[in-house]
Design a protein around this ligand. Structure first.
Ligand code: SF4
Length: 423
């Protein structure tokens, strides 16, 4: 199967098929220098970029104009020169043209742990997005440098909750609910942040008795939190929070949304008091694209289809699917299925197409017929990888992601609580 990049380039030249944005066929450097308020082409194009987000400077011209073959040769030469001094990590949603150079491929937490398992590497080149590189920095050694090849590779979902907004929300909740434990020793509220959040928010959770979760362990983490608190403040992804808590039996009416632009998040005082899970008004623009109509279409075309979606999808989509689970869950379900199975998958297109080519014994397709990758993940291109690696060979660390100690220590505490939480 051809890669997503190749397909997009063919469509841009007039071949059959559709993409959400024909600008996807341009190099990301075209967008790095624009003073745009929103992300570049791809699923997050309409999401706003916080003013504080790091911006990528000009990628040297030689990397912009190099052919794919030249970039491949330069990357392989630099990796060979660096040997064990460097480890390249690639997220599941990364384009194939980058993934082929990765030493490890996985989800954000698997990659952070891979970074931790390579204490010999001086540099960790993280081909993912900003919060993932921060997590790798939290878990790697203080003498290791974590590098994000393009600083403009943020995550629009992570950006939907910033530390000032969350601190303000917390102050309002404390004012409404107090801090006194009840007769069972449970505090009024515990903060839970999804892994897809800034290190500052993980640090906030560490400082306030809270915890981090991933899409694989969200139910275990919520159970941990309910043992200690009467309610949970869950950020930034409302859909993961709602889908997980609903499956655990929490009624929807006890899961109000927190809108950071409104007083008390837009809740009434009674809704706040009655709540079990307060959901931050955040979402992933990639997973928001999946619809129940797409599932109906897949079932009409393939009556035996098994529909698996990511829990970042909206609740009606998760409810209409056969299963929901993390990227790791999806990959394992496909690997374990009887040959000849048909899967319709609701997650990022690069992973779906890779799973399809790695599992030719099955029919695997993306629920969304329009090719629309994660905008920010797409900001990593082989040109940036070649640049950061060649700078390393020259003895220069560029695009280093460094989490300060004041944030790192409590953030690690919140991550350690997650690792210690048991089902
Ligand atoms: S797929 Fe969604 S959550 Fe993941 S990096 Fe992209 S915008 Fe963020």
């Amino acid at each position: 199967m051809t890669s997503v990049d190749t397909t997009i380039n063919r469509i841009a030249k007039g071949a059959a098929g559709s993409t959400c944005d024909s600008d996807l066929s341009k190099g990301p450097w075209v967008f790095d220098l624009r003073a745009a308020q929103t992300y570049g082409p791809g699923a997050s194009v309409a999401d706003s970029i916080p003013a504080s987000s790091p911006r990528q400077g000009q990628l040297p011209q030689a990397y912009q104009t190099a052919s794919p073959e030249e970039l491949e040769e330069r990357i392989l030469r630099a990796k060979a020169a660096l040997g064990d001094r460097v480890v390249v990590l690639g997220h599941f949603y990364q384009r194939d043209e980058v993934i082929r150079f990765a030493d490890f491929v996985g989800d954000s937490f698997q990659l952070a742990r891979a970074a931790k398992d390579r204490p010999d590497a001086e540099a960790i080149v993280f081909c993912g997005v900003h919060f993932m590189a921060e997590t790798a920095d939290l878990l790697s050694g203080s003498d290791q440098s974590v590098i994000l090849p393009n600083l403009a590779a943020g995550c629009s979902m992570a950006d939907m909750a910033n530390i000032d907004q969350v601190e303000d929300c917390w102050d309002q909740l404390v004012e409404q609910l107090g801090t006194e434990p009840d007769a069972d020793g449970r505090v009024p509220v515990i903060p839970v942040t999804y892994m897809n959040s800034s290190a500052a928010l993980k640090g906030f959770c560490g400082r306030n008795g809270g915890i981090v979760c991933t899409s694989s362990n969200a139910a275990t983490v919520l159970e941990w939190a309910f043992e200690r608190a009467r309610r949970v403040l869950f950020f930034p992804d409302q859909h993961l929070g709602r889908n997980t808590a609903k499956a655990m039996g929490v009624p929807l009416e006890l899961m109000p949304l927190w809108n950071p632009r409104k007083e008390l998040g837009g809740m009434t005082e009674q809704e706040c008091v009655d709540s079990r899970v307060i959901l931050w008004h955040g979402f992933c623009s990639v997973h928001k694209r999946f619809t129940t109509a797409q599932i109906e279409q897949a079932r009409a075309e393939y009556p035996d289809v098994r529909v698996i979606v990511h829990p970042e999808c909206p609740m009606p989509v998760v409810d209409a699917a056969d299963e929901s689970g993390s990227t790791d869950y999806i990959a394992k379900a496909i690997a374990a299925a009887e040959p000849g199975s048909t899967f319709a998958i609701g997650t990022e297109i690069n992973l779906v197409q890779r799973l399809a080519s790695q599992n030719p014994q099955h029919t695997i397709f993306c629920l969304d017929p329009v090719i629309c990758p994660c905008s920010t993940m797409y900001r990593i291109h082989p040109g940036y990888l070649a640049w950061v690696l060649e700078r390393l060979v020259a003895g220069e660390v560029v695009n280093q992601i460094n989490v300060g100690n004041d944030v790192a220590e409590p953030a690690r505490l919140a991550l350690e609580r997650m690792l210690a939480a048991k089902p």
